[in-house]
Design a protein around this ligand. Sequence first.
Ligand SMILES: NC(=O)c1ccc[n+]([C@@H]2O[C@H](COP(=O)([O-])OP(=O)(O)OC[C@H]3O[C@@H](n4cnc5c(N)ncnc54)[C@H](OP(=O)(O)O)[C@@H]3O)[C@@H](O)[C@H]2O)c1
Length: 192
Amino acid sequence: MSEKLRSRIKDTLIVASSKDGYISPADGVELPSTKWTSKEDYQFFTEKTQEIGVMIMGRATYETIGHPLPRRLIIVLTSDSDKQSELARQKLKMDYLPNNLRFTSKSPQEVLEALANEGYEQVALCGGASLYQLFTDEDLVDEMFITIEPIEFGDGIKLFKDNKVFGNFQLVKEMPLNQQGTIVQHWVRKAD
Ligand SMILES: NC(=O)c1ccc[n+]([C@@H]2O[C@H](COP(=O)([O-])OP(=O)(O)OC[C@H]3O[C@@H](n4cnc5c(N)ncnc54)[C@H](OP(=O)(O)O)[C@@H]3O)[C@@H](O)[C@H]2O)c1
């Protein structure tokens, strides 16, 4: 991200992971993550995304949720925004898409620029793996909140292809979320 764009909009990656680094179990990729995350993480996720106000996600992640989340603008990346808008409208049984749901085929940088031009100052990048990888590869992420749940999947969808991404970030805080061992890590992008 150019320094100019970085000064206009902050990109906060939010994700829940198993202890062994999976964001979805192999047998549950079509299910929302709330099927296996703690209620405390759900609360953290809801509060954080409502505070930020805008969520960016991939089409597959949107489908696991199936509807726009209230009190947030939802931006869904897809290669065919007309088709996906129409499918979502039909699924919601509405004449028009709700005001807080948009499908776009813009590039990540263009999406952030358009949101900054509308006056948004922060976005929550909410997955899935393809978007986490894309946005970090393009150096578009400023901070990450990673919830680690005390479970192991052994197989599934990895957060990143490899752990090199973490070299660009510094762990600044680790907070317990509950008595069961769920923690949230706060990582901040290292200065250039
Ligand atoms: N644990 C967590 O916190 C968490 C959070 C989010 C998601 N997840 C999990 O992650 C899984 C989904 O991840 P995923 O990587 O398979 O899918 P995804 O990133 O949610 O969505 C992939 C889709 O996004 C669109 N897309 C990706 N890059 C694009 C680009 N550059 N331009 C335009 N469109 C683009 C494409 O849609 P089209 O095919 O329509 O072109 C692509 O098929 C699910 O199992 C979900 O539960 C977990």
